[in-house]
Write a protein that binds this ligand. Sequence first.
Ligand code: PLP
Length: 396
Amino acid sequence: MARERTPQGVGSRAVHGGERQQRTSDALTVPIYQTSTYVFRDTQELIDFKEGRIDKGEYGRYGNPTIQAAERKVAALDHADDALLWASGMCAVTSTLLTMLRPGQHLITTADCYRRTRQFCDSVLQRLGIDVSVVPAAQPQAIEAAIQPTTRLVLSEAPTNPYLYVLDLEELAAIAQRHRLRTLVDSTFATPFNQNPLSFGIDLVMHSATKYLGGHNDLLAGVIVGKAPIIAALREAQGVLGGISDPHAAYLLIRGLKTFALRMQQHNANGMALATFLERHPRVRRVYYPGLPSHPCHGVAKRQMRGFGGVVSFEIDGSLEQTSSFIDALRLPYIAPSLGGVESLVEQPALMSYYELAPDERRDLGIGDNLVRYAAGIEDTDDLIADAEQALAAYC
Ligand SMILES: Cc1ncc(COP(=O)(O)O)c(C=O)c1O
């Protein structure tokens, strides 16, 4: 029998959380249970299972021990009762919204969010007869003003993508309680290292585990954390909707999380250093980083977050082409979508996530031609700064 301990710190929870009750052949690491189904010894065992007298695996879409270990670990990180892993962050968001909302009901969501989430709300939800209001990011008063008798759920990122606006989660929870609404916060950019929305009274937290939780740019997964009854209802729905993760991705997530606390310290340090350097540079017009006093949400971020992450958005002094020339001059970060992995990644949102939109459509969504989103990895801070410095001197 494994010795149970209660590790308190985030680093200890990242290493040990969710794993101690499970040992196969005395192996230290959680095995990859690569199976699609589970066997019953005889019909009596099947009946005992159906009657709830024993707990065991039934079929891969309803559970897997490797996935369950990953879920327990993320739940431990967010001080949550339970967590539910999905095939991707998008799968987690879309399946949760589909499960929680009915035709005729109303969702409030905020501007400046991951484009695919917004697309899902604008297209699929509206087609299903679910009304959606989009209000400005990080403005609790705007959320309260948009509430209708049919409103059921508020969805917001905190911080938002790409401008890193930080909604006051305590205020959101108070509004939701007054109006009997549910709240879902996409905390992908913060991670449980920097922010625990549940502790402010938020009902459900979503992370794209593809990002900092996995941390190595080698897996896709999403996770929803929250109270046991609501996660149990989502688990039921997942068995029907089918967007499960797979045991190999779950193993990679468990392995990636072992170094979560160490990685996050370096992401935070690199994000802060890069933002500070860029803000002082004459060829940079504006920097968006919640750790900087110049960010409109700095006050909320300081109260609510323990660190500000590795993503820094900024506007280059120049055109679309000049901004591309700056990006091409960078030598350390790869040009790629995504964030939160050990390798730094950089993108020009106008040409990455918003490429097919006309320039005025992009501008309406607040995406300028000269916007850069830099997702600092865990490389040495001085190397990232020196690289940014040479690229800022070189672009034309
Ligand atoms: C804030 C945010 N939420 C959700 C997602 C979707 O996650 P995934 O790519 O794992 O589906 C992303 C992806 O970039 C994101 O940045």
